[in-house]
Ligand binder design. Structure first.
Ligand code: HEM
Length: 152
């Protein structure tokens, strides 16, 4: 029963993190691209500010539910299969990249006033790093989806 709750939390957290990332870096910037750059940056900054709080929540949920399952299903970190080890390592890399986004370009973007060129640079960095994270996340899904079916 607790494993069922953990996997549900795990999958919900993934939906929240990836769905939000996809929407805020792929869909929204294209939807507002006809506006002036200053307006685009205002909208994106507000969207990032709100979404990133939920992303932190999703990260905590993902790590806690993942560690919970490692302990309960496999009996500890030394006994887990290779595909779960890969999932954990890639997930940690993704958390590191998200931290870079949050404390780097996002934090600088919040403090900038009126410098549209500099804002554009930070928005581009946030989008580029977020895309890297989405590719890493996709690779986890492939490893997890395929992991138990491959002999690795
Ligand atoms: C972005 C990060 C992550 C993604 C996208 C992800 C994805 C997934 C998915 C899709 C499943 C379901 C697999 C299935 O039911 O067939 C799963 C299960 C699982 N995840 Fe993650 N995960 C992530 C992070 C983590 C972390 C950090 C840990 C460990 C600390 C972890 C440990 C586990 C475990 C133990 C299972 C159950 C595996 C099994 O029952 O065979 N995950 N994960």
């Amino acid at each position: 029963m607790t494993n069922a709750i953990a996997i549900i939390c795990h999958l919900l957290a993934i939906n929240l993190w990836f769905g939000g990332t996809f929407y805020s870096v792929i869909i929204l910037p294209r939807a507002v691209s006809a506006l002036s750059l200053a307006d685009q940056h205002q909208i994106l900054l507000r969207a990032f500010s709100r979404f990133f709080n939920y992303a932190w929540l999703a990260i905590v949920l993902l790590l806690v539910s993942g560690c919970w399952m490692v302990m309960n299903i496999f009996g500890g970190f030394t006994a887990m299969p290779l595909y779960v080890t890969l999932m954990l390592l890639i997930a940690l890399l993704m958390v590191a990249i998200f931290s870079v986004i949050y404390f780097g370009p996002f934090s600088k973007l919040k403090k900038l006033q009126g410098d549209v060129t500099a804002q554009q640079g930070y928005v581009s960095q946030i989008r580029m790093l977020s895309k890297v994270n989405m590719i890493l996340g996709l690779s986890i899904i492939i490893v997890i989806g395929g992991g138990p079916h491959f002999v690795i």
